[in-house]
Design a protein around this ligand. Structure first.
Ligand code: AGP
Length: 606
């Protein structure tokens, strides 16, 4: 979603703004802009519908936008097309505003402002903010902000400049994430910590309804009623700020290769002295009484839930519903105090997952977060938090985020099984041993990169690709298909192999590429029939099976053998094959792999 940076301090603002916007590029965007106040109290802006780099060129390396206080923005369009008139910052006579989120009542406010004589230049919801600020500006910058914010509904993070106070930024947070950063004689506001990573490790998270008045020598935070609020300043680790490609061509490739290490770190955290450890107050009591589990999430996090469902149900004997958060929030889920709701999210800021969680909490569920970003909204909302220790994930397409989510979920399933006495100690240790081998087996798949690259470069893809599988292999197919779609823009469908003949098989024609995931020995015969069905209709079938499972090779056009593992944990290892495959197919097509079109890393709007 939109990225925000605000700077006021001793240095040339444009340099800091450009640098920070480059760090925010990973979030995905379709236009960008900055505004800086000069010594004569003029606000100068530069905007682009290209990359941040072109802002640097357009402003002649910042020469055209001199000043020490400014704001910057990368926009992911919601209201209005991605063009210059809709790019932020939006201006009125005295104010400049950058915004992330959606102002839900903007059309009503806009009508009133038009009646008052304000002339709108953009199609955005944001533009009502500078005009409302102008209308409410009687006493001071802060007073005008407080009055304005009280009129807005929806979700927003705003950072605002005012000509009359040229060394001040005001930042406001309501439902969209916003941090403030503390430097020496310089301070910051930003949508996430990566934006300020080159300048400070000291940050504070604004809470909903808080307003920060940021000057070079200090920051004061107020409640929406104008009362001073004391904020805790945290020092974030260098590691969580690291956004270096380490020599890899793309962040996605780097993150794919980081998986064995990220997995080990995550697993070790929950396996203290070889035993499972999920410490959280009241959790064990909840585990003993729960009757069902709901896993709520979006996109790949939802797929991690689908893959983990098998382990939860088979090991702990509890019914599990895996729900798309954007559907769950508008449905009537049966939730009680005997329901455990697990929210899965890499960013911890996904708007739909947050809304689903709110609903679950209102209905009395015990809530658990499986998130990657420390202190994110979801982590702060839940009764217990189990972090994935993936480190920063920059590529829009998640890889190590997904596998570490699945790592925590698998271990948590084992923990619940043990707490409910559903598993023998010997069996438990067998599973734990199996999990300890996952990083090694992931590495074995990574060694196949050259072969996977060859496959990607040689595979002829007509209009569409199909991924088929059963049980956990179907869960792998779902994530594999999403990976391919999002970064290579090739249409693909993932299908439960047995379901294909109920309609979708009509799409199979001569030369259609079908990837068959056959890593489940128990269902091998069924998959053999399904492969034969599609080949009989002309499909070109590329199968993956476990080492030693010879029967699939003979009936496929191509076969790749992946490391053997227990079916319940196979998505953790076998997905790596498809992550690399998608990566190389996108590379061959020369796609913008780390920042695919139309996508955002963290979806903070509904
Ligand atoms: C995955 O590659 C996607 N970029 C996307 O589906 C993502 O998993 C989804 O938006 C959920 O994000 P979250 O984990 O940050 O909540």
């Amino acid at each position: 979603m939109c990225g925000i940076i605000g700077y006021t301090g001793k240095n040339k603002a444009s340099t800091v703004l450009f640098d920070s916007l480059l760090n925010l590029e990973y979030r995905g965007y379709d236009s960008a802009g900055v505004a800086v106040i000069d010594d004569n109290k003029n606000i100068n802006t530069v905007k682009t519908v290209n990359r941040v780099q072109s802002l640097i060129q357009l402003s002649e390396n910042g020469e055209k936008i001199q000043g020490k206080t400014g704001i910057g923005h990368t926009r992911w369009a919601t209201h209005g097309s991605p063009d210059i008139k809709n790019a932020h910052p939006h201006l009125s006579e005295k104010f400049a505003v950058v915004h992330n989120g959606i102002i839900e009542n903007y059309s009503l406010i806009k009508k009133e402002l038009i009646k008052d004589g304000f002339v709108f230049k953009s199609e955005t919801d944001t533009e009502v903010v500078p005009f409302l600020l102008e209308k409410n500006y009687k006493v001071s910058f802060l007073e005008s902000v407080i009055k304005t914010v009280q009129k807005l509904s929806g979700s927003f993070a705003l950072v605002i400049l005012c000509k009359d106070e040229p060394d001040t930024l005001i930042a406001v947070k309501k439902f969209s994430p916003l941090i403030i950063g503390f430097g020496e004689n310089e301070n910051f506001a930003a949508s996430d910590i990566t934006a300020v990573s080159n300048y400070t490790q000291k940050i504070a998270y604004l809470d909903d309804g808080e307003i920060a008045v940021i000057k070079p020598d200090g920051i004061k935070v107020y409640s929406i009623e104008g009362k001073l609020v004391c904020k805790e300043i945290k020092t974030v680790s260098r590691e969580s700020l690291s956004i270096d490609k380490n020599g890899y061509e793309h962040f996605m490739l780097k993150e794919i290769y980081e998986q064995p290490q990220a997995f080990t770190k995550t697993a070790e955290h929950y396996l203290k002295k070889g035993d499972l450890s999920f410490e959280a107050s009241g959790l064990d009591e909840v585990i003993r009484k729960i009757e069902k589990i709901h896993i709520v999430a979006c996109g790949s996090a939802y797929h991690a839930g689908l893959a983990a469902k098998f382990a939860f149900e088979e090991l702990s004997g509890i019914e599990v519903n895996v729900e798309i958060a954007s559907e769950y929030r508008y449905s009537f889920p049966f939730i009680s105090d005997k329901t455990l709701v697990i929210a899965v999210s890499q960013s911890g800021e996904t708007a739909d997952t947050i809304a689903a969680l709110k609903l679950a909490k209102e209905k009395g569920a015990y809530t658990v977060a499986v998130v990657n970003v420390k202190n994110s909204t979801i982590s702060r909302m839940c009764d217990s938090v189990f972090y994935t220790l993936a480190g920063s994930e920059i590529a829009v397409a998640t890889t190590k985020g997904y596998t570490t989510q699945l790592c925590v979920l698998s271990l948590f399933a084992l923990y619940i099984a043990r707490k409910r006495n559903r598993i023998e100690t010997q069996q438990l240790h067998k599973f734990i041993e199996e999990i300890k081998y996952v990083p090694l087996k992931m590495t074995e798949v990574l060694y196949m990169a050259e072969d996977i690259k060859n496959l990607a470069y040689k595979t002829v893809i007509n209009s569409s690709v199909f991924f088929i599988g059963r049980n956990t292999d179907y869960a792998i197919s779902q994530e594999a298909s999403l990976k391919l779609k999002e970064i290579s823009y090739i249409h693909s469908e993932s299908y439960a192999a047995g379901e294909l003949k109920h309609g979708t098989i009509s799409l199979i024609e001569e030369g259609t590429t079908v990837f068959a995931v056959c890593c489940n020995k128990d269902l091998e015969d069924k998959m053999i029939s399904n492969i034969k069905e599609v080949r009989a209709r002309g499909a070109f079938v590329i199968s993956v099976a476990q080492v030693g499972d010879k029967n699939i090779g003979g009936i496929s056009d191509k076969i790749f053998y992946l490391p053997r593992t227990n079916r319940l944990f196979s998505p953790l290892i076998h997905i790596v094959f498809f992550q690399l495959l998608s990566y190389y197919i996108a590379l061959k097509k020369d796609c913008d792999i780390d920042k695919p079109r139309n996508l955002a890393k963290s979806v903070t709007v509904e």
